[in-house]
Design a binder for this molecule. Structure first.
Ligand code: ATP
Ligand code: MG
Length: 344
């Protein structure tokens, strides 16, 4: 049994009367990538900030590498690196200068710091660019430097708060590759926050789904997905070249349909009670819809989230049509949320 790098015990944070983090308990094993997945405002960054000793817990406790985050905060800081939500680097300085500046915050002897900087630059294949101003970099290159900046002090535990937020698809996959490489080559323990299901699925050994400050599920990506498939909810993607709003409204009205996500001009993803499929198909045909293709989809972590919280996690999808669960299956123990229509 491997050792725990991080242990939290009923960790909580209140801002006035508002509870941002509500008694969360979990542990992260050495060498593990642990994902914190949740929608905006769920409490991900607040948890990270407490674990990084930047914010004092209102209740509960936690240890990092065996050290208490409140009583032994300076010991904790020696073992951790943080890639925070905001990238703080100086555009007019080179990558090497930025890394040196940051490295001086730690008492690392000059020669050792220089060696260390070369080592981490090569880890992300940035040696050639090291002496160019950061301002000339692409966003992906900047983020690579931002990630290794957190590794200047050789931390064995790395916190990554939404490391791919706002990056284009190529930079996103580069950064994911960097994260994986750091984890494999250095056996660095990681906590990664994201609100992208795909990202958590790709990178994490285990995922804690956090909502309204509470962990509502915690397991491996595979087990979480099994959880979603154990429901009576079926997910079908329809490709209907003459899809229109009237047709979508008619499908919405079919008993058992719990949500419709419009994926493109012709494609919709429909979640429904397992036996509603025939009625949906009939309705489409009655509306004159010509179905080109129907796919039965594997549950994704999105579905797990929906099942547990009763809400979609994706707030970035502009054309999501959410429907109240009236008459349809109730999703999850919290049973709340839903019903919000997220228009353009
Ligand atoms: N310093 C603060 N004072 C008051 N409220 C705060 C403070 N910091 C965070 N909050 C509130 O706590 C809740 C959790 O915020 P947090 O930043 O941890 O969410 P998050 O899961 O990181 O969200 P996001 O995906 O948007 O980054 C939010 O409702 C936020 O408004
Ligand atoms: Mg955050």
């Amino acid at each position: 049994m491997s050792k725990s790098a991080i242990v939290t015990n009923s960790l909580s944070k209140k801002f006035g009367n508002f509870t941002a983090v509500d008694q969360i308990s979990f542990d992260v094993k050495e060498g593990e990538i642990f994902g914190f997945l949740g929608p905006n405002g769920a409490g991900k960054s607040t948890t990270i900030r407490m674990l990084c000793t930047l914010s004092r817990p209102s209740g509960g406790s936690a240890t990092i590498a065996g050290f208490d985050i409140v009583r032994q905060d300076s010991e904790v800081r020696k073992h951790i690196g943080l890639v925070s939500e905001k990238m703080i680097m100086y555009n007019e300085l080179t990558a090497r200068e930025n890394l040196k500046l940051f490295g001086r915050l730690y008492d690392i002897p000059k020669d050792e710091l220089n060696r260390r900087i070369d080592e981490i630059l090569s880890l992300v294949h940035m040696e050639k660019w090291a002496d160019k101003q950061i301002g000339t970099y692409s966003t992906g290159m900047k983020q690579r430097i931002n990630v290794i900046r957190a590794m200047v002090n050789k931390p064995n535990i790395l916190f990554l708060d939404e490391p791919t937020l706002g990056l284009d698809p190529q930079s996103t996959s580069e950064i994911r590759e960097v994260i994986r490489k750091i984890n494999v080559e250095n056996r660095t323990t990681m906590i990664l926050t994201t609100h992208m299901m795909v990202e958590a699925d790709l990178l994490c050994n285990r995922i804690g789904i956090i909502d309204h400050g509470k962990i509502v599920a915690l397991d491996t990506p595979a087990n979480l997905k099994k959880m979603a498939s154990g429901t009576d909810v079926a997910i079908h993607e329809f490709d209907i070249p003459n899809l229109n709003n009237a047709m979508i409204s008619a499908i919405k009205a079919v008993g058992g349909v719990s949500s419709i996500v419009q994926e493109s001009e012709t494609r919709i993803k429909v979640r429904s009670g397992g036996d509603s499929f025939d009625s949906i198909l009939d309705t489409v045909r009655k509306c004159g819809g010509k179905v080109k293709e129907v796919k039965s989809l594997e549950p994704t972590l999105e579905d797990v989230f929906l099942r547990i919280t009763g809400r979609e996690v994706r707030d970035s999808v502009s054309d999501t049509v959410k429907i109240n669960h009236q008459g349809g299956p109730r999703h999850g123990p919290m049973g709340g949320g839903g019903g919000s229509k997220r228009g353009r």
